[in-house]
Design a protein. Structure first.
Length: 96
């Protein structure tokens, strides 16, 4: 969630490179950008806009910290909580 940001997009690329076929990386952001288009070119599907529908078949939701602070009741976050999907920031993912 927020994959168009520089930090989270870098982590997405690192995970994709490290895991290859063992992981599927997807993302969403409010608007398309050069970053989201670059991710799509390397095989990361990016949805424009936010929706709880994006949470199908995911095992972890990686978010930008602002999403948790600015809109903690966001439908994607609320759905992830209700489904028991772990949520971590991209910085925490980087640490992993």
């Amino acid at each position: 969630m927020g994959i168009g940001g520089q930090g989270i997009s870098a982590v997405a690329q690192m995970v994709l490179e490290a895991e290859h076929e063992n992981v599927i990386v997807t993302g969403c952001d409010m608007q398309a950008s050069a970053t989201t288009r670059a991710l799509e070119r390397i095989g990361v599907p990016v949805e424009i806009g936010h929706s709880a529908d994006h949470l199908v078949d995911i095992d972890r939701l990686i978010v930008v910290p602002a999403a948790l602070v600015l809109n903690p009741d966001h439908p994607e976050l609320a759905t992830a909580r209700a489904r028991g999907i772990p949520m971590i920031t991209w910085q925490e993912m980087l640490g992993e």
